[in-house]
Write a protein that binds this ligand. Structure first.
Ligand SMILES: NC(=O)c1ccc[n+]([C@@H]2O[C@H](COP(=O)([O-])OP(=O)(O)OC[C@H]3O[C@@H](n4cnc5c(N)ncnc54)[C@H](O)[C@@H]3O)[C@@H](O)[C@H]2O)c1
Length: 368
């Protein structure tokens, strides 16, 4: 294995701890610096990790040690930080969604092309054994020709547990842009890109109340739709039905089901790396659990960054900006369709990312 890639993290909020842990255990990555608008937060976040510098964003961009900027800011800041990294000649890997709008995301990809640097994006959970085992089952022909899928995410909203949930109810947030990337990236991984969408959306309340942390009880405005339903027409002809909601109380619907002419799969929660894939050939045969047969074993958030950093030059990373842009385009088009009442054609596309063999992350990602 070659030298580890030096990572600089911008944004040390709620999700950053999971990345710190993954980077710490993967020999392909080395965390050299962190930055945040709130430098105290950045200092506290890296306290357990020796030798990591706390910098301003400008200092991070100017730091020649940093090879890839890991952008863990809120969606509204994704493009601004990514463009700074690209202008500094650094690769950038963003948390999802790629940007708050497809226009911003397209600008990022154009700038990266011009600067000959790479853009990657979460979610990487779809590289875990859950989605990858389901994908292998489909690719191996277990369910025959896939014809349909359902995807359901139903919660009362993240303001119950997140101490600063404002961004979930602002442009770039909402159940679709926040949780849709997991589900739609999984559906594209399983069934391929999307050609057309039809959407419907609603918004139940104008305000939400923060349920935890120092701002508990504070009301925040809601400026996005909080229940989105839609149909994705995949290029293959398969139809996916999607429900993404911050307005439901609970659900027993499977996260994702995929139906083929010869069988059906229950696919585990795409917000996690692992989980059981169930397979049925018909009502009389019941459901059997498929053994984990593909994907990164025991993975954590950040494995997609390692996969990205170790993808040879000239090859499309599995967690590519192109895939994330297509997913964002699909989500935005669902909202466009919901507001216009007409189906929306998707102008972007992407390849299904290459499958992941069943491997330990630290073993497989070693080609840099
Ligand atoms: N919280 C989760 O469970 C979770 C899970 C998966 C993905 N994500 C994604 O991760 C990203 C961050 O989410 P979070 O929950 O950690 O948010 P957060 O609000 O807890 O943290 C974001 C951090 O970014 C900093 N920041 C914002 N704008 C900045 C800028 N311009 N320059 C420098 N720093 C800036 C903030 O000061 C804050 O510390 C989002 O894209 C979110 O969708 C979050």
């Amino acid at each position: 294995m070659g030298q580890p890639v030096n990572v600089g993290i911008v944004g040390c909020g709620a999700i950053s701890a999971q990345y710190f842990q993954t980077i710490d255990r993967l020999p392909q990555l080395r965390l050299v610096a962190v930055a945040d608008l709130d430098l105290d937060r950045a200092r506290a976040a890296v306290r357990p990790y020796a030798g990591v510098d706390v910098l301003s964003v400008a200092e991070m961009m100017a730091d020649p040690r940093v090879g890839v900027v890991l952008n863990l800011t809120i969606p509204a800041a994704h493009a601004e930080i990514a463009l700074q990294a690209i202008a500094a000649g650094k690769d950038v890997y963003c948390e999802k969604p790629l940007a708050a709008t497809a226009v911003e995301a397209a600008g990022m990809l154009r700038a990266a092309d011009a600067a000959q640097v790479r853009v990657g994006c979460a979610p990487d959970t779809v590289l875990g054994t859950g989605t990858q085992t389901a994908r292998k089952a489909i690719d191996d022909g277990l369910i025959g020709r896939p014809v349909a899928a359902t995807a359901t995410m139903m919660t009362p909203g993240h303001e119950r547990w997140h101490p600063n949930p404002d961004f979930y109810y602002a442009p770039g947030g909402g159940p679709l842009l926040d949780m849709g990337p997991y589900y739609i990236t999984s559906l594209v991984t399983l069934l391929g890109p999307v050609a057309t969408v039809i959407g419907a959306a609603s918004r139940t309340r104008a305000k939400r109340t923060i349920g935890s942390g120092s701002r508990q009880g504070e009301e925040i405005p809601v400026t996005v739709d909080t229940h989105v339903s839609g149909v994705l027409v995949h290029t293959s002809g398969a139809l996916s039905t999607l429900v993404m909601s911050f307005d439901g109380t609970a659900t027993k619907a499977p996260n994702i089901e995929v139906h083929g002419e010869a069988g059906s799969l229950v696919v585990p929660d795409p917000n996690y790396f692992e989980g059981s894939v169930l397979f049925s050939k018909g009502r009389e045969d019941g459901w059997q659990t498929l053994p984990a047969a593909a994907g990164y074993v025991g993975a954590g958030r950040g494995v997609g960054l390692a996969d990205f950093a170790s993808t040879p030059a000239g090859e499309e990373p599995r967690t590519s900006g192109t895939l994330a842009y297509h997913v964002l385009d699909v989500m935005e088009s669902l909202l466009t369709s919901a507001h216009s009442g007409a189906a929306a054609n998707i102008t972007s596309t992407c390849e299904r990312p290459p499958p992941v063999d069943l491997t330990e992350p630290s073993q497989n990602i070693d080609s840099m």
